[in-house]
Design a protein around this ligand. Structure first.
Ligand SMILES: [Zn+2]
Ligand SMILES: [Zn+2]
Length: 196
């Protein structure tokens, strides 16, 4: 199934995300642009195993990206790096090419210029982000992304057990500290503190 027009993705995005918003338009367009730059035209069909997407923010735009790419966290094809940026990198693993698409800082200002008659900011941006050219809306960087076999769906390796907490760790996410094999949490990257 080839890429669809933006309007057709919008309904699916609104359903997945819970509402339609400017971030959804940005996410859909980022993904469509990234795939076009890579020359991937059937991300949910014949090309579905080629694509891995990195997203850099846990905001609206991120929810819209899988609507186009089909890349999902639970399928290991969507990777989250929390950089707080409205940006995503689309990797064609078949030919080792990757392109990072980020929203230009000027986009909001441009939306104000394009549609000063629309008072509601979200609506103003939605309308403008539908109309703006890709080049006006986004910066593009061709990049190299190193993806080891452990990053892909289907990767098989023995699960190791953390020497401190005893929990199993998959996909080579363990670290060795002073000769002990630890999960990243016990190695000091934990985001929680146990109570009691
Ligand atoms: Zn939203
Ligand atoms: Zn542990």
């Amino acid at each position: 199934m080839p890429l669809k027009p933006l309007s057709e993705y919008e309904a699916a995005a609104a359903q997945a995300h819970g509402h339609m918003c400017a971030g959804q338009i940005l996410g859909l367009r980022m993904a469509m642009y990234g795939l076009r730059l890579l020359g991937i035209d059937d991300p949910v069909g014949k090309d579905r195993k080629r694509l891995v997407t990195f997203v850099e923010i846990d905001r609206c735009a991120t929810d819209a990206i899988p609507v186009v790419t089909g890349c999902r966290l639970g399928k290991r094809a969507l990777k989250f790096r929390d950089f707080g940026k409205v940006a995503a990198t689309f990797c064609d693993t078949g030919v080792q090419r990757a392109v990072r698409v980020s929203v230009r800082e000027s986009a909001k200002q441009r939306a104000r210029e394009l549609h000063p008659e629309i008072e509601d900011r979200n609506r103003q941006q939605m309308e403008s982000y539908r109309e703006m050219e890709d080049e006006e809306l986004f910066c593009v960087q061709w990049v190299r992304v190193k993806l080891g076999p452990e990053e892909f769906p289907g990767f098989k390796a023995p699960r190791v057990t953390c020497a401190a907490c005893g929990e199993g760790v998959n996909f080579k996410r363990e670290v060795v500290v002073d000769g002990r094999t630890l999960c990243r949490s016990c190695a000091g990257e934990s985001y929680f503190e146990p109570l009691g």
